[in-house]
Design a protein around this ligand. Structure first.
Ligand code: HPA
Ligand code: ZN
Length: 322
């Protein structure tokens, strides 16, 4: 129908995509073969069958195992190029891509191999694409600081930093010093908060880390004062509907709170998070959400507009979409 066509064809920005989460099972097996890496799964089908998650951690265990096939610059290039082709097909005009260097440097992959491979694929794509380096919050702040130091020779190849991995028990304030340093360096700041963690983590992401967007943030509605503040400050949330269902943040899409967030005046956006693991890319997320919730054309336009308004783009580049 027309709404579906509008969702597919409207220009959009993606602001919450982990590039390692775009690795499709077929590419994982192709890279395992190419690199002689042994996987604990016998086939593409066996790997896909393991994608039955109960919470964030049950997903992360498999996501890190999948990323173990990435060794050479060409592997990072091929992964990123495949994602960008899918994004282009979904009429994504701009994307801000998360990458997790510690997942790779801890296996002995050098920082330059990771960043150069991902960045070169971005330069070769017709889609506008920039990079956000994420620190793994289950590791120490000292490890994050060492990772930042190792990435600084490539400072011009990423625009910001984020915080991902196991949320509960690893609050934003654990990374206060490294984020202060990144802020002084002029990097953009974001953090995952309020996906599985409580509203208190959204407050400390804002007040201790000084982030400019909240990734997920859906638990903000448990705190009316926080909800009002996010709306007043026009602090964008990068919401990932299919991810939230697959990781059991909501038990089904009909119970997702995206419409309540919009109705509260919050700058919510729709994103894919880890599309190869959660059952779809950008347009799949839009379509699944609009099928389950009473959302219409005006919401589609608002979500597309929000995605560019919240993007880290020069005013001149975002103006054409607003
Ligand atoms: N949350 C936290 N860490 C992640 C996610 C997520 O949704 N995806 C990949 N790493
Ligand atoms: Zn995420």
């Amino acid at each position: 129908d027309t709404l579906r066509r509008v969702l597919q064809q409207m220009p959009k920005a993606e602001l919450h995509i982990h590039i390692e989460g775009s690795l499709e099972p077929e590419l994982i097996f192709a890279l395992a073969e190419r690199n002689g890496v042994k996987l604990p799964y016998g086939s593409v089908e066996a790997l896909r069958a393991a994608y039955a998650f109960t919470d964030l951690q049950s997903f992360l265990d498999i996501y890190y195992a999948g990323a173990s096939v990435l060794l050479h610059e060409q592997d990072f290039y091929d992964m990123t190029a495949a994602y960008l082709r899918r994004a282009e097909a979904d009429n994504v005009r701009h994307t801000e891509i998360f990458f997790d260097p510690q997942t790779h440097t801890h296996r002995g992959v050098p920082m330059d191999v990771i960043i150069n491979g991902i960045h070169r694929a971005c330069q070769d794509s017709p889609v506008s694409a920039t990079l956000i380096l994420c620190f793994l919050r289950h590791l120490s702040e000292d490890d994050a600081i060492a990772t930042l130091e190792a990435a600084l020779p490539y400072r011009d190849q990423f625009i910001g930093v984020g915080l991902d991995s196991s949320e509960v028990g690893n609050p934003p304030e654990k990374f206060a010093r490294v984020f202060a340093r990144c802020r002084a360096l002029g990097l953009h700041l974001v953090a995952h908060a309020g996906e599985e963690g409580p509203p208190a983590y959204i407050y400390t992401a804002l007040d201790t880390l000084n982030v400019e967007r909240i990734d997920h943030g859906v638990r903000c509605l448990e705190d009316p004062a926080l909800t009002a503040r996010l709306a007043k400050e026009q602090m964008a949330l990068t919401v990932c509907p299919l991810s939230n269902i697959k990781l059991c943040v909501f038990d089904r899409m009909e119970r997702h709170n995206l419409l309540e967030l919009l109705d509260a005046g919050i700058v919510a956006t729709v994103n894919s998070d880890d599309p190869a693991y959660f059952g779809g890319y950008m347009n799949d997320n839009f379509i699944a959400t609009f099928e389950a919730l009473p959302l219409g054309l005006s919401h589609a336009q608002r979500l597309a507009r929000n995605s560019f308004a919240a993007a880290f783009l020069p005013a001149a580049q975002k103006q054409q979409y607003l």
